[in-house]
Structure formats: structure tokens, C-alpha cells
Design a protein. Structure first.
Length: 174
């Protein structure tokens, strides 16, 4: 049986390790999509991208990179700039990146899409699932933090000595 393709939105190299492994074990051919206009600086965007390139090379996954465009994020979250991390800005950020992932999947002819975001213990799976399912019925909601997913993804990142950031990305004032 030929593997079915899935477009995996990846926020960074650390969070992508276990989801790639999991999806491959589920029979998917994983295409990784790095689309993160929420990241506060080009330098941070590039550091995370380099880590993801290392991971994708090891996992032999195709990597598609959306050019950095922080202005699109700032326009999308207008009025929520002062929200704290974990506040009302986060679902808007998820929505922006999941919409872009869906649009990319359609343009590439890849039926299914998902995201690495739920691997983080700081991200609410139900919120991400709800947003993804509103965008398209082809969103596959995997709660990657189950079965020690966060620990597993961190172990993979440590083995590969991947760059480790200490914040989600937007770093707007709290």
C-alpha cells in the first residue's frame, strides 16, 4: 500500500520530531511545512528553520518553507497585541497558521494536514482541534502530547542537538 501524504505544519525542529515519527508509523508520507509569521524576528525564524532542516534531513522528509512575513501576523492579530501568552491572541495565531497550511495543502494536492502545535504542554489541543476542523474536514487532529509525546520529541531534539528556544514565537509584550 502506498503511503498517503499529509502536510505537517511545524512550528520548530524540537516540536516536529515525534509528530513526524508518529505520522510515519501511521502510514503517512510526511511533507513538513514551516509557516510561522508569528515569530518575532527574522533571526529567530532562521534559527528555528535551521533546526527543522536538520530534523527533516535525518527523517528524509520534504520541507517546504513559507517566507518570513511578520507583518501578516501583526495584521491578523490587530487589537490583540497586548494579550498575554496563552490569551486571546493564541487562537488567532493558530487560525492564521492552520489556514495557511490548509491553503498550501490544497495548492500541493495533499489531501490531509495537521500541526505539531499540540505536542506542547502549553497549547490547548481542543482549541487547536476546533480551529482546524472549522477550516477543513481534511484536518487530522492528533494530540501528539499523549503517550509521552512531549518527552519523546524533546529526546529526539536532544539527540540531534537542535536549537531550543524558550518562547513560543510572538514575544509580544505581556
Amino acid at each position: 500500500m502506498q503511503n498517503k501524504k499529509i502536510l505537517l505544519h511545524a512550528c520548530c525542529g524540537i516540536c516536529a520530531g515525534y509528530p513526524i515519527e508518529f505520522l510515519k508509523n501511521e502510514g503517512y508520507e510526511v511533507v513538513v511545512y514551516y509557516c510561522n509569521p508569528n515569530i518575532d524576528t527574522q533571526e529567530e525564524f532562521d534559527r528555528r528553520l535551521e533546526a527543522l532542516k536538520t530534523l527533516c534531513k535525518k527523517e528524509q522528509c520534504e520541507l517546504i518553507v513559507e517566507p518570513y512575513n511578520h507583518e501578516s501576523f501583526m495584521n491578523f492579530i490587530k487589537g490583540l497585541e497586548d494579550e498575554p501568552e496563552g490569551g486571546k491572541r493564541c487562537p488567532k495565531c493558530f487560525e492564521l497558521r492552520l489556514k495557511q497550511t490548509y491553503e498550501k495543502s490544497v495548492s500541493l494536492g495533499i489531501k490531509y494536514f495537521t500541526t505539531t502545535l499540540p505536542v506542547s504542554p502549553h497549547k490547548n489541543f481542543e482549541v487547536i482541534k476546533s480551529i482546524g476542523e472549522k477550516i477543513s474536514s481534511d484536518f487530522i487532529p492528533y494530540n501528539f502530547k499523549k503517550a509521552d509525546g512531549f518527552l519523546k520529541t524533546n529526546t529526539i531534539a536532544k539527540e540531534l542537538n537542535l536549537y531550543r528556544q524558550n518562547y513560543c514565537g510572538c514575544n509580544l509584550p505581556d
